[in-house]
Design a protein around this ligand. Structure first.
Ligand SMILES: [Ca+2]
Ligand SMILES: [Ca+2]
Ligand SMILES: [Ca+2]
Ligand SMILES: [Ca+2]
Length: 137
């Protein structure tokens, strides 16, 4: 009984700690944090394969109504109207996974001015890098 009570208490403390934490989450991610999140092989940079894995998981997470495409509502805050138009070559008003990954690849290229096929923390912190992160995080 006592044990149960104290674990309930612990859960409450944990919950309130989490409630005060969002300030940290609300801050924009630093390049280094972004690398850490995406860099599954831990070499300190993110390559297209790692980005694609993250993007693919994000697509599935955003795709709430499971119709196979992301619509304007599902993409809210990630793509501007102009960005959506550009990412939608078949012009059906929604982004399927192929279109999404193509848009991600586009932004990856834009964020990789030294063209070495990987993005380091500095490149991810650039405006193009941020645009990429906004699309896939
Ligand atoms: Ca890596
Ligand atoms: Ca959908
Ligand atoms: Ca489309
Ligand atoms: Ca690079």
């Amino acid at each position: 009984m006592t044990l149960r009570l104290s674990s309930t208490f612990a859960a409450l403390v944990l919950a309130s700690a989490t409630m005060t934490a969002p300030v940290a989450f609300a801050k924009p991610m630093t390049g280094a944090q972004a690398v850490k999140m995406i860099d599954t092989d831990n070499d300190g940079t993110v390559d297209m394969k790692e980005i694609e894995a993250t993007a693919s998981a994000t697509f599935d997470r955003l795709e709430k109504d499971a119709d196979g495409t992301l619509d304007k509502k599902e993409l809210k805050g990630r793509l501007s109207a102009a960005g959506l138009k550009k990412a939608d070559p078949d012009n059906d008003g929604t982004i399927d996974k192929k279109e999404y990954l193509a848009a991600v690849a586009d932004r990856f290229q834009a964020a990789d001015p030294d063209n070495d096929g990987t993005l380091d923390a500095k490149e991810l912190k650039s405006p193009a890098g941020k645009a990429l992160l906004m699309l896939i995080k």
